[in-house]
Design a protein around this ligand. Structure first.
Ligand code: ATP
Ligand code: MG
Length: 416
């Protein structure tokens, strides 16, 4: 590979706010540099810093080999992955991922391990989009750009690194990632890249269902889930990945589902990142349909379904819409999503009778049910009072719990 000189952009030009950089990431970068290695922030965090968003995680690329990283960070560090070893540096509430510069996918599986390591340039050329291919050198606050990512961010343009068709065929998950960035940042898609989405459309079925699901769930959490789902439907991916759900979205329910998601997105923007758990977001995809089914099968026939019947309806919907598709939603998500939906009818029973609240508050899914009720209150004002009152009762319940705990004979103020 011919090496090219990168473009360098200094602080006066890029204007990154250094306070957005995690001090623990800086600690890791400095320690690696002090030991004589190259070490840069890379990928999504650099992109987010340039567009002035606080990054949710900080990835680091370095010339240090995994064993060298391990010996530098000792017990803080665990090495993961078999073929490509990565280092996780642990801090109390987070992990900083550190990976050694490596080359791209033309690497033959049989090549001895040493050959997979690469130069900084090779390390960015294997990445997906130019906007994700920048380094940030914290030692002199500069951006190092081998791929034209800086200009693309300025022009708000999404472009693959290398030939789009080739890159999408190598890893079709990149197409979903592209739509995610399109939804999230509103950047345009470069013409060649857009063309390749059409050409490589069906390639998506060759990728790993688990990775597809992970990207799908991440987009639900992204704060732009409603826009992303529209794009996924528009380009025909939803039809390939979740056919029954895609069909449902084209009906009147679709509108409601988009509405739930855009309210969830609103909460996300309001509070920052990942305030809504995956089951809460999954419930947004299903609840409008559940309500409709209950109305059609029960309420319209003057019957009131009991909790057991609601649970059965909910699990049938989950099976029909999110399981038996290309990527199956895992049980740990669907069972909580079901509990959240059923929880709505415990909070506000269709019979109008009040349930014993304390028991409901003790349910491990209750907090997620409450968050979902908040989304419902955004979707429809008629739930605002219920939400406020239940939330206040719950706070009081927690407060009393703390009080009880403090005054229990076993409680010691300062155990140490
Ligand atoms: P997010 O903000 O959603 O985390 P991200 O760009 O940081 O977006 P990650 O999945 O955290 O996404 O990946 C980190 C980096 O790894 C990306 O910025 C990109 O450089 C590279 N990357 C991730 N997935 C791929 C892929 N499928 N092909 C090539 N490079 C990838
Ligand atoms: Mg990331």
């Amino acid at each position: 590979m011919t090496s090219v000189q990168p473009k360098i952009f200094y602080a006066s030009e890029h204007g990154i706010d250094p306070s957005l950089i995690d001090p623990d990431a800086l600690y890791v970068l400095n320690k690696l540099r002090d030991a004589g290695f190259l070490a840069y922030l890379v990928g999504g965090s650099v992109r987010d810093l340039i567009v002035n968003i606080k990054p949710k995680d900080f990835d680091i690329s370095t010339s240090a080999r995994p064993e060298q990283i391990k010996s530098l960070f000792q017990r803080r560090c665990i090495l993961i992955g078999r073929r490509f070893r990565l280092a996780h540096i642990r801090f109390s509430h987070k992990i900083i991922e550190v990976s050694t510069f490596r080359t791209g996918e033309n690497v033959d599986q049989l090549i001895v391990q040493d050959n997979v390591w690469g130069t900084p340039q090779e390390d960015v050329l294997r990445r997906d989009f130019t906007i994700n291919g920048l380094f940030y050198d914290a030692s002199n606050h500069s951006i190092i750009d081998y791929v034209g990512g800086w200009e693309d961010i300025q022009h708000r343009l999404l472009r693959t690194i290398g030939q789009p068709e080739v890159r999408f065929k190598q890893d079709p998950v990149r197409i979903l990632r592209l739509l995610k960035f399109n939804a999230r940042f509103g950047f345009d898609i470069d013409a060649d890249t857009a063309q390749a989405i059409e050409t490589c459309h069906r390639e998506i079925l060759k990728s790993s269902p688990a990775r597809i699901l992970e990207e799908f769930l991440r987009m639900l959490e992204s704060g732009a889930s409603s826009r992303f789902l529209r794009l996924l439907a528009h380009y025909g991916f939803l039809n390939l990945l979740f056919p029954p759900f895609a069909k449902l979205l084209r009906t009147a329910h679709g509108k409601k589902i988009f509405h739930y998601l855009s309210c969830a997105d609103q909460l996300h923007h309001h509070k920052g990142q990942n305030v809504l758990e995956r089951p809460v977001l999954t419930a947004c995809l299903l609840f409008p349909v559940l309500e409709w089914e209950l109305e059609r099968k029960y309420l319209n026939n003057k019957k009131i379904p009991h909790i057991g019947e609601i649970t059965l309806e909910g699990s049938a919907l989950i099976k029909e819409l999110l399981i038996h598709s290309f990527s199956n939603f895992p049980r740990r998500i669907t069972s909580s999503a079901l509990a959240i939906m059923v929880g709505q009818y415990r909070i506000a029973p269709l019979s109008g009778k009040r349930h014993y609240r304390e028991r409901m508050f003790r349910n491990k899914e209750f907090e997620m049910s409450l968050k979902f009720l908040k989304i419902r209150a955004l979707v429809d004002e008629k739930w605002v009072d219920t939400y406020t009152s239940i939330r206040n009762q719950y706070r009081q319940f927690l407060h009393q719990g703390e009080h009880r705990h403090k005054h229990s004979p076993n409680h010691k103020e300062n155990p140490r």
